[in-house]
Design a protein around this ligand. Structure first.
Ligand code: HMG
Ligand code: MG
Length: 286
């Protein structure tokens, strides 16, 4: 029996949020539907953030309401505060993600508050989600390096990952936001986090700026992680992480993981059609 690895497709959110020109809502809906058809169990569709901060995500409700939902697929959205959660709930997101940072610099730049204040903002989200039976995922940005504060001490990552877990997140996605982490750094960071949290509560979220994301996934697999975030065609970047490029490409992860003997349940042929479609959307967008 092959061991399963879950690929959490974040392209419609992390992949598109950085696009300067607005992409048509119907194109975003078509992208999510095409992704659904490949067999993903988890799709991060959009984010309910301030439209002034990320205009590209201002049609979050329309996208979630327009997609063709299949079976048990999770259609998730980022929610930085209770206002975002209420909007996500109305649009019938089936999972939400709260996002914190391991550094003060990134927390201020990305969500305009300190780490402590962000945790306080997340508390009502977790309470409301519990009442509505909505699973909450936690993201920790800058797990190895920060574009504002430099190298990151793994103890800061451990502190935030534990805090989010204790608040009720079922899984923590550990993000190399600027894609500069080396396998060595990732291994040290994971060792520190794994001292406190089990591997089955963790996921890897690697941007690929320096082309080392696949190696970082291999290290994470060796440490026991079995969930990875990725983006079709390697789209994306974060508007508040200057110079960072997209997530590791889903098709490259699926290919590598398959060759390593794991099962992802994903169809590479269908996936390559989605990659072409995703790229055509961006070309069309100029
Ligand atoms: P703020 O300006 O401090 O918020 O932004 P505020 O509470 O003072 O509200 C100001 C205005 O925003 C008000 O409107 C609110 O209603 C509105 P006004 O009265 O001025 O008209 N507002 C909202 N509107 C819609 N939805 C909401 C919402 N909240 C407030 N949820 C805030 C604070 C967190 C909202 C802002 O900083 C923000 O939206 N930040 C998000 C930035 C973002 O989306 N970054 C990218 C996603 S994270 C990422 O990519 C990293 C990740 O991939 C992992 C990794 O790679 O590291 C996950
Ligand atoms: Mg990201």
């Amino acid at each position: 029996m092959k061991e399963n690895v879950t690929i959490y497709e974040v392209g419609p959110r992390d992949g598109l949020q950085n696009e300067k020109k607005l992409i048509a809502t119907q194109d975003k809906i078509n992208l999510v539907d095409a992704i659904t058809s490949c067999g993903f169990a988890k799709i991060e569709v959009t984010s309910f953030v301030s439209p002034k901060w990320v205009p590209q995500m201002s049609d979050a409700a329309e996208v979630l309401e327009g997609i063709d939902r299949k079976g048990l697929v999770t259609y998730a959205a980022l929610t930085p505060n209770i206002e975002g959660f209420d909007r996500a709930l109305s649009a019938q997101a089936t999972e939400v993600a709260i996002f914190a940072a391991a550094t003060e610099g990134f927390s201020q730049a990305n969500i305009n508050c300190s780490i402590e204040d962000s945790l306080a903002r997340f508390a009502p989200v977790l309470k409301a989600a519990r009442e509505q039976d909505i699973p909450v995922r936690g993201c920790v940005s800058c797990v190895t390096d920060c574009p504002y504060d430099g190298a990151v001490d793994p103890t800061s990552v451990v502190r935030i990952a534990k805090a989010l877990t204790n608040m009720g997140c079922y899984e923590i996605s550990l993000a190399d936001t600027i894609g500069s982490g080396t396998p060595d750094q990732v291994a040290k960071m994971l060792d520190a986090v794994l001292n406190e949290l089990p591997a089955d509560r963790l996921a890897g979220h690697f941007h690929d700026t320096n082309g080392r994301a696949l190696e970082n996934i291999v290290v994470s697999l060796e440490k026991g992680l079995r969930v990875f975030d990725s983006s079709v065609g390697g789209l994306g970047g974060c508007p508040y992480a200057p110079g960072a490029t997209g997530n590791v490409a889903t098709e490259a992860v699926v290919d590598m993981i398959g060759n390593m003997g794991y099962e992802t349940g994903l169809d590479l042929k269908k996936l390559s059609q989605v990659v072409t479609f995703a790229q055509s959307l961006l070309q069309k967008n100029g």
